[in-house]
Design a protein around this ligand. Structure first.
Ligand SMILES: Cc1cc2nc3c(=O)[nH]c(=O)nc-3n(C[C@H](O)[C@H](O)[C@H](O)COP(=O)(O)OP(=O)(O)OC[C@H]3O[C@@H](n4cnc5c(N)ncnc54)[C@H](O)[C@@H]3O)c2cc1C
Length: 430
């Protein structure tokens, strides 16, 4: 019979960080169902290319986690200044759209600026997070910016009615410029310093997976290929596929909260009902290895309906070492509400779109491709989520279990936040 002080479900960044903090202090097992560590922050290698699950950039905000992450990477890290753009009305303008309207046609620019000023003078503050996105964006940004960017882009990303999507997630992710920044940005002053990701870090070698691999190498508790199939928090036992029971004193879950509650045998009916109300979208990432590409851009946003994808980036502009010499690599992101994507037509649409915006020139030739699927990508913020989380959290607390990370905590968060929560979860046990 296998016994441990702490069972950690999932060897992504949250689970690996918790394990690192427990190392040598408490016995622990990290059960990771895949045969590689890293979860969504892993890197897949194919034909000499290193492909991530879309752009995975390190946005470091907190001193302790920054030290932890940069320490794990050793010298294997680059610091880069963001070059992100928006492609709308058949032209590029720098990101964020709302503060860089200069690139837009005169009529669009006028509509956006006047709409913003009208909204601002009516008192467009950030709100309390409960407001529906569709109302929030016109109240904060006005009709023009909403119509030309916020609404079409977010509809494509979330694949959920914007009149039901709530806005708790917006504060760190949607830059909110002051009126003078909107006006200056519309008349030529580049406003690039806005938003959470103006400067980012990225491994020099090995893709973003280098971080998880570095943590995994020093983890004595990591067990790959172990899938937890059911848990009983009251009894302190988990059933692992092809293995059997693992007895634990404390549990840290990092797997998606809805499926975790689904496999918890002792979860009361009210908790099961709450978890069943949680929703998420699905993202498919088409990675392309290409010869003959010339662009310095990091990534672009595509609000227009003529593009089937919402975002695309040039990963080799994060690190040249992601591709063989002379090649570049792209990632192109498509979102669905959970339904399967028709990969063949999506690929055609990706190539057409990359050509239409000029990222793929006439001399470019695709030499490699890899589709990666993220079944649970962005959790949906709605009133059902707001009602469900307290019910689930209260039950977990009563059972002295923790559910952390982007999906364990059912939130829109960064890699650094998963690391932070992993370290804090371990601290709470020590
Ligand atoms: C499209 C997209 C782009 C992103 N870009 C960025 C970015 O640029 N910068 C950034 O900081 N963050 C980004 N993120 C967020 C980032 O991916 C996450 O914050 C981070 O990877 C979450 O780590 P985690 O450990 O919490 O979860 P995960 O990485 O999901 O790890 C959970 C692990 O649990 C395992 N697991 C699940 N169920 C079981 C089970 N039953 N038994 C055993 N193991 C199980 C999974 O295999 C997985 O390895 C992005 C996310 C998405 C979807």
């Amino acid at each position: 019979m296998l016994k441990t002080d702490v069972l950690i479900i999932g060897g992504g960044l949250a689970g690996l960080s918790a394990a690192k903090a427990l190392e040598g202090k408490k016995s622990h097992i990290v059960a990771e169902r895949e045969n590689r560590p890293g979860g969504l922050s892993a890197t897949v290698t194919k034909g000499g290319f290193h492909f991530d699950y879309s752009g995975h950039l390190l946005h470091l905000r907190w001193p302790k986690t920054s030290r932890f992450i940069l320490g794990a990477l050793g010298g294997n890290c680059l610091r880069l200044k963001r070059d992100a753009r928006v492609f709308a009305h058949r032209r590029w303008t720098p990101y964020p759209f709302q503060a860089n309207l200069a690139g837009m046609p005169g009529k669009v620019k006028a509509e956006c600026v006047s709409g913003f000023l009208k909204a601002y003078s009516a008192g467009g503050g950030p709100g309390d997070g409960t407001e529906p996105f569709s109302r929030w964006t016109s109240r904060v940004f006005g009709a023009g910016i909403s119509r030309h960017f916020m609404v079409p882009y977010n509809a494509k990303l979330w694949r959920y009615p914007l009149a039901r999507l709530t806005t708790e997630w917006c504060a760190p992710f949607v830059p909110m410029p002051r009126p003078e920044e909107v006006i200056e940005g519309a008349y030529g002053k580049r406003s690039e310093g806005l938003g959470y990701n103006t400067v980012f870090h990225y491994p020099r070698r090995g893709g973003i997976g280098a971080l998880a691999n570095a943590l995994a190498m020093k983890s004595s508790g990591l067990r790959l290929g172990l899938e937890v199939e059911s848990v009983n928090l009251k009894a302190g036992v988990a059933m692992v596929r092809h293995f059997g029971p693992v007895h634990f004193k404390r549990l840290i879950n990092t797997s998606p909260l809805d499926s975790f509650v689904g496999m918890a045998q002792d979860a009361p009916a009210a908790v099961k009902r709450a978890a069943a109300a949680l929703r998420h979208n699905t993202v498919y990432v088409l990675n392309l290895g290409v010869k003959g590409v010339k662009s310095d851009m990091h990534w672009g946003y595509f609000p227009g309906p003529e593009f089937a994808f919402y975002r695309a980036g040039l990963a080799t502009n994060f690190s040249r070492e992601l591709a063989p010499r002379g090649c570049a690599s792209f990632y192109v992101e498509f979102s669905t509400a959970g339904e399967a994507l028709d990969l063949a037509s999506a690929e055609t649409a990706a190539l057409k779109g990359l050509k239409a915006c000029g990222l793929l020139g006439p001399g470019a030739r695709v030499v490699q491709k890899l589709w990666l699927k993220i079944p649970c990508a962005y959790v949906i913020y709605n009133k059902e989520r707001a009602a469900a989380l307290p019910v689930i959290t209260a039950w977990l607390k009563a059972r002295k279990a923790q559910s952390i990370g982007r999906y364990g905590g059912w939130k829109y968060s960064f890699m650094e936040e998963s690391v932070k929560e992993g370290l804090e979860a371990a601290d709470a046990l020590l």
